[in-house]
Design a protein around this ligand. Structure first.
Ligand SMILES: O=P(O)(O)O[C@H]1O[C@H](CO)[C@@H](O)[C@H]1O
Ligand SMILES: O=c1cc[nH]c(=O)[nH]1
Length: 249
């Protein structure tokens, strides 16, 4: 008897949200929040081709120094980003580097410097619906070492440590617990890394994250301006570090 599954032509299958076919991407994937950043990275690749631009998810294939790389934007916030990470993994992603921006917790890492995140605090809601409390959100150790190896070759300042993944960007009457996390050892805050680390570990793939600091997490986000030259320079530096890391993975 014919099984229902046999009637589905897998070559015609398309992932519902990122709108990419399984197998159409590289195993080496860079993920970024901003579709414009995805395009900018695509501009640095040879023979770049946009595979899809669906919702906030823009996916570009290209070649960096002879290595096939895919770049995808995942938008802002863990739930939407998680959809992207899951579908990228279904499409064939095995080594994922998040190239993001974050707010700093410390004067030792001023705007314009970088954080390489060995771990993320799960201060968001998405992973709580997926795995129990206490499950850590951690980087792949090998990818972390390789990423730091490349960062050391540059003269940009970076810190290696924990980043906090939050859901809210603009505060309400409830204050963000930034000071508590800072005193607990975190270096900065962003909005998607914990989801990436938890999902990568769950699905058996590897991931790491690097962040350009675009301000201080404690400051009033109504004055947020991530478009300063020093931040643009740091974003370019982390893109270069991520691309060079892909060559040795
Ligand atoms: O610059 P990206 O990669 O989007 O990362 C950070 O910037 C966004 C907020 O402006 C959030 O997505 C946060 O995680
Ligand atoms: O989530 C983010 C991203 C960049 N800068 C911040 O302060 N927070």
């Amino acid at each position: 008897m014919t099984e229902w599954g046999e009637l589905v032509d897998k070559t015609e299958m398309i992932l519902p949200n990122i709108k990419v076919k399984p197998g159409a991407i590289s195993e080496h994937v860079i993920v970024v929040g901003d579709p414009e950043r995805a395009r900018a990275i695509g501009d640095q690749l040879d023979n770049a081709e946009e595979l899809a631009y669906s919702r906030e998810y823009r996916t570009i294939n290209g070649w960096y120094k002879g290595k096939k790389i895919t770049v995808t934007s995942h938008g802002v916030g863990s739930p939407g980003a998680a959809v992207c990470f899951e579908e990228l993994i279904k499409a064939g992603a095995k080594k994922i580097i998040r190239v993001g921006t974050a707010g700093s917790y410390t004067d030792e890492l001023p705007p314009g410097s970088l954080i390489i995140a060995d771990s993320a605090v799960r201060a968001e809601g998405l992973t709580k619906q997926m795995v129990p409390d206490g499950v850590p959100a951690v980087a792949d150790f090998n990818m972390l070492l390789k990423l730091e190896e490349q960062a050391k070759k540059t003269n940009i300042k970076y810190g290696l440590g924990t980043i906090v993944t939050l859901d809210a960007f603009y505060a309400g009457p409830v204050q963000f617990p930034h000071m508590l996390y800072k005193e607990s050892g975190a270096l900065g805050a962003e909005m998607e890394l914990a989801a990436l680390y938890v999902i990568a570990r769950l699905r058996g793939v590897s991931a790491v994250g690097i962040f350009a600091l675009d301000g201080y997490a404690f400051s009033d986000m109504n004055d947020y301006n991530p478009h300063k030259d020093s931040v643009k320079k740091a974003i370019q530096a982390e893109i270069d570090i991520a691309l060079e890391t892909m060559l040795i993975l």
